[in-house]
Write a protein that binds this ligand. Structure first.
Ligand SMILES: [Zn+2]
Length: 436
C-alpha cells in the first residue's frame, strides 16, 4: 500500500514537472499570440447562418437584435472574410474590453488579481477547511487530476456523510469554462452555507438530511488559473492539441451525442468550441463521468455565466425530451424564487433555444441517468453589463439570489424520492432517445 502510494506520488510529481517544463514556454507564446490576434467583430445573424453551413461555429459574445458579436482569432477572421460575410464592426479585443464596466477595477485589485474570487488553491483550501470544521457532514474527495496535474475535488454534504445512503444524489458543478469566475463562487458558497446553517435552518437540515449533495465548484482548474494569470478571456482547458493550438471546450466533450454535428461544437482545435479528439478525451470530463456513474444523480445543476438563463436538455437537437414538462416546471419554480430575491429575471427554456450545443454536460447527465439537469447562466444579462467580467460586488448578491432556488432544487428530489417510494420503487431511469 505504502509502496503504491509512493509510486503514485512519484508519477504525479513527474507529470507536474513535465507539464511545467512543457507548458511554460508554450503558454507565453500562446498568450502573446492571442492578445495580438483576438478581434471582436459583428455581423448580421442571417449572414452568420449562411457562414455556419460550411464553417465551424464562432465564439459568440452576445446578440443585439438582428446582429451578433463574436470573438475571433486571425484564422477565423480570415475565413469569415473569405466566405464573403459582411463584417459590420471590427476592433481589437483590447479596445473592446476597455469599454466594458468593471474590467479595469477587477485587474487593479491590490495583491491578488482576482480579488475575492477563489483561485484553485483558495478553492481547495476552503473545501478542506469545511471538511475539518464539519467532519460529520462534509467529505472532500479527489476524483482525478487535470491535464496540468491539479486535483479535481468534490465535496459531499450529507448527514452520515461517510456512508452511502438510500437518498437522492444531487450533483452541482461550476467552472467548466475558465473565464466564468462567478460560476465557481455560487456552488462553493452553497457548500459553505449548507454546513454553517445546518444547526439552525430547517430547510437546510431537510436538504442535508434527505439528500447526498455532491458539489464540484471547479471542473476546469487549469483553465481558471490561466484565465487569472495569463489571459482573462480563456474558455477551454489546457490540453495541447499540437500545432500551437491549446484547449478543449470541456462542455462539448461529454459523450452523449458527442460531435453530433458541427454546429453544436467544432472539430477544429483552434476553435473556442473545440470538442476534443473523442468523447471524454479530457481528464476533467472523464473524472466527472466516472464519478457520476458511481453516484448516479437524481438532479444536476451546472453553473456558467453569463445570460441569466435556466436551460434544460436537449442542447443537441430541437426535439423536446420526454420530460420537458417536468424540467420546465422545475426551472420556472427556480426562476420565480430568484426573481423574488433580487427582481432579476432568469429566462427558462431548453438549451437549443439559445443555440445548439452537443457534448454538453446536461445532455449527458439527462441522456444517461434521466435526471433533470440544468445549465444555469448566472448574471449579468448581457456582455455590455460586463459579460464574464462580473464585479466583486456581484459575488454575494448572485449567490444570495440563487440560494432559495438551489434549496428548492435539492428538496424537490427529496419529495420526489418519497413519492417514488410509495410507488414501490418504480425505476426513474428514462430511455434516452438515440437519433442517428
Ligand atoms: Zn460556460
Amino acid at each position: 500500500m505504502f509502496l503504491l502510494k509512493r509510486i503514485i506520488i512519484g508519477v504525479c510529481v513527474l507529470l507536474i514537472i513535465s507539464s511545467m517544463i512543457f507548458s511554460h514556454p508554450g503558454q507565453a507564446v500562446d498568450a502573446e499570440k492571442r492578445v495580438e490576434e483576438e478581434t471582436v467583430i459583428s455581423m448580421r445573424i442571417s449572414d452568420y447562418q449562411v457562414y455556419l453551413k460550411n464553417h465551424p461555429p464562432l465564439d459568440r459574445l452576445y446578440r443585439q437584435g438582428e446582429t451578433c458579436v463574436f470573438l475571433v482569432n486571425s484564422k477565423e477572421l480570415k475565413s469569415v472574410r473569405q466566405a464573403g460575410a459582411a463584417i459590420l464592426t471590427q476592433e481589437s479585443l483590447d479596445s473592446f474590453l476597455k469599454k466594458l464596466p468593471g474590467t479595469d477595477a477587477l485587474s487593479r485589485q491590490a495583491g491578488d488579481i482576482n480579488g475575492a474570487y477563489h483561485n484553485y488553491n483558495e478553492t481547495r483550501t476552503l473545501l478542506q477547511e469545511l471538511e475539518s470544521r464539519f467532519p460529520s457532514l462534509a467529505q472532500v474527495t479527489n476524483i482525478g487530476y487535470s491535464i496540468e496535474g491539479r486535483e479535481l475535488n468534490v465535496i459531499k454534504i450529507s448527514d452520515n456523510v461517510s456512508s452511502e445512503e438510500q437518498e437522492p444524489n444531487i450533483f452541482i458543478a461550476g467552472c467548466h469554462h475558465a473565464r466564468e469566475w462567478i460560476s465557481v463562487e455560487v456552488p462553493l458558497l452553497f457548500a459553505q452555507y449548507l454546513l454553517e446553517q445546518y444547526p439552525d435552518n430547517p430547510e437546510v437540515r431537510r436538504a442535508v438530511n434527505g439528500a447526498q449533495i455532491y458539489i464540484m465548484p471547479l471542473v476546469n482548474p487549469d483553465g481558471l488559473e490561466y484565465s487569472i494569470h495569463t489571459y482573462r478571456m480563456w474558455r477551454k482547458n489546457r490540453r495541447y492539441n499540437g500545432n500551437f493550438s491549446w484547449g478543449v471546450d470541456i462542455n462539448r466533450n461529454y459523450g452523449y451525442m458527442w460531435g453530433y454535428d458541427n454546429e453544436g461544437s467544432s472539430p477544429n482545435p483552434w476553435s473556442e468550441l473545440y470538442r476534443g479528439a473523442g468523447p471524454f478525451s479530457e481528464p476533467e470530463t472523464d473524472a466527472v463521468r466516472r464519478f457520476l456513474l458511481d453516484h448516479p444523480p437524481a438532479g444536476c445543476l451546472s453553473y456558467h455565466n453569463y445570460g441569466q438563463l435556466l436551460l434544460y436538455p436537449w442542447g443537441y437537437t430541437y426535439e423536446p425530451t420526454p420530460d420537458a414538462g417536468e424540467m420546465e416546471m422545475i426551472a420556472i419554480e427556480m426562476s420565480y424564487r430568484i426573481f423574488q430575491v433580487s427582481g432579476r429575471f432568469y429566462e427558462v427554456g431548453s438549451s437549443e433555444a439559445l443555440y445548439l450545443t452537443n457534448g454538453g454536460t446536461i445532455d449527458w447527465v439527462y441522456g444517461t441517468f434521466g435526471a433533470p439537469s440544468y445549465t444555469v447562466e448566472l448574471p449579468p444579462d448581457s456582455f455590455k453589463e460586463g459579460g464574464f467580467f462580473t464585479s466583486l460586488e456581484l459575488i454575494n448578491s448572485t449567490f444570495a439570489e440563487n440560494l432559495p432556488a438551489m434549496l428548492y432544487f435539492v428538496n424537490y428530489f427529496i419529495t420526489e424520492e418519497k413519492k417514488e417510494k410509495t410507488r414501490q420503487n418504480k425505476t426513474r431511469i428514462r430511455k434516452p432517445i438515440v437519433k442517428k
